[in-house]
Design a protein around this ligand. Sequence first.
Ligand code: NDP
Length: 487
Amino acid sequence: MMIDVQPTASHFIDGEYCEDEAGAPIGCIFAATGEVIARLHSATPTIVDRAMESAARAQKEWAARPPVERGRVLRRVADILRERNRELSELETLDTGKPLQETLVADATSGADALEYFGGLAATITGETVPLGGDFVYTIREPLGVCVGIGAWNYPTQIACWKAAPALACGNAMVFKPSEMTPLCALKLAEIFIEAGAPAGLFNVVQGYGDVGAALATDPRTDKVSLTGSVPTGRKVYAVAADGIRHVTMELGGKSPLIVFDDADIENAVSAAINGNFYSSGQICSNGTRVFVHKAIEDAFVARLVERTRAAKIGDPRDEDTQLGPMISKVQRDKVLSYIEKAKDEGATFAHGGGVPDGFDKGFYIEPTVFTGVTDGMTVACEEVFGPVLSVLTFSDESEVVARANDTPFGLAAGVFTRDLTRAHRVVAALEAGTCWINTYNLTPVEAPFGGVKLSGVGRENSKAAIEHYSQVKSVYVAMGDVEAPY
Ligand code: NDP
């Protein structure tokens, strides 16, 4: 084993690790080798009950602390995440199989950004006064209570931080369930919250499969559910949350367009297409998997894309020189391979990749894959692949490409490459997506709202917008005169 920071038990509740071996076994597999690196257990009803109970208790204590003090705890968590970035990144690499080259700059660090940002905002979360010409109303922005966070497997640390930071800044507690495929990182975050001075129970982590997520989402003590996952899971979680009229944030999947006009800087557009399709082996919800390239530059664009993709260094993710690691699991690798087969069957042209790279049959590797000649109706252009598969489609006209880009039930993100500023703004205004980029792709700083339209989700994470989704407003009417009554 490369490092010695394995969490010591499956769950972290009320300030300490705990175990209930009656829970179904969970094997955490290192995606680069297929080895089991940790054995955990899914939460039993007793574990779920303890987690909810202690979160409800901690929330009351936390909400009563002065906001500036709450913010200080969150900023301390951010500092610790940065101090321990290397060991946390190494754990993230073991948990997910993502290259260390990525985890060192994208995971604990982006989590720290969220904790720092919302730690700073905590003391600014206030109500307002509404004058009524004598009488007046004032509002109090209150926490929701206990929030449940349910995460996907691609960014376990970042997802836990993006949910916990705004939730806790607003005075809520959180019970977090990571994907059973990446159970390790959130446990380290829970340890760090305690070290930074958060009350025991404020951020609990329970492991489990979908049934544990469902038990948390329907628990009567749950006031809000925030899910990062696929659309089918989103539908289920949204439905059960509705039964209790609970608040929700849904960060779901996408099939986002990246539009490259004929006046674009081709090298930059190719860089964006590479980042927006192959980073994290393509396991990113906002990826620009439909790359619409203007016919006039198709040959030049594809030539550079293939040339540069060919140079990608595939390898052991623990090696800092590795640029492309494995997929999360055999199931996901096989799913992506079947999408590749289908694209070939449906007539897409193979420009690069497409299989398991030589010498990498132990882990769950796939070559970065480029298809050209993709048309709108092909499966690879319609469904979320969630793997390193890039589709090049061509277009010749602005209004045509905007209509085609929007012709999807998803609406998470979109990118436009052009040197014509007027066109850039006109096109993003017409695109149906929660996040748009002009002349770049996939940058998601904590200062900017992030979330989807259409099937890609409801609510926004990050930025001041997230405060709206983790708090509620109490309106207080104050009478300054006598009360009139008709009799
Ligand atoms: P899933 O939807 O399969 O799972 C997400 C989480 O929900 C997991 O923790 C899962 O547990 C849990 N879950 C499953 N069923 C239920 C249920 N009935 N009730 C409550 N919880 C449940 O997603 P993946 O983990 O496969 O992640 C990939 C998906 O996530 C992609 O579609 C991707 O686009 C999306 N995603 C969206 C992002 C965004 O911000 N918009 C960011 C990252 C990913 P278990 O794993 O045990 O099944």
